[in-house]
Design a protein around this ligand. Structure first.
Ligand SMILES: [Zn+2]
Length: 123
């Protein structure tokens, strides 16, 4: 479920929770809250730069994903692997990491060495 950030409209009058920004976990269909859950004072939703960044990343991820698929289609396994590997580091995506491994294997890299490499990174 997404996390939304709120702040009090008058932070100086807020309680412990709403005197600074606080986060609320809400379903997508829930309407935004207008009052602090603790003290009932008016709050407003904060437009979060952090969320905007997430969207950007997923768009970038989509482009990278397409590029990887392209390389795979053309049998350019080491290219696909390198790109998937690099990107999986960046976005911390273990699925993509495994995909990179598969591509490394297809490219003829030492699979055992690669698996070890992946597992050390999988904390
Ligand atoms: Zn409050």
């Amino acid at each position: 479920m997404p996390i939304y950030e709120y702040e009090a409209i008058h932070p100086a009058k807020g309680c412990k929770r709403c005197s600074r920004r606080f986060e609320v976990i809400q379903g997508l269909s829930d309407s935004p809250i207008t009052q602090c859950p603790d003290c009932g004072r008016p709050v407003r939703k904060v437009i979060s730069w952090c969320r905007a960044a997430v969207v950007e990343t997923s768009e970038e991820a989509l482009r990278v994903e397409q590029k990887i698929a392209e390389y795979e289609k053309e049998g350019m396994w080491s290219h696909a692997a390198e790109l998937a590997d690099k990107h999986s580091e960046k976005i911390k995506d273990q699925g993509l990491k495994l995909r990179a491994l598969e591509d490394y294997k297809k490219a003829g890299y030492d699979a055992d060495k690669m698996e070890k490499y992946a597992s050390t990174d999988n904390d």
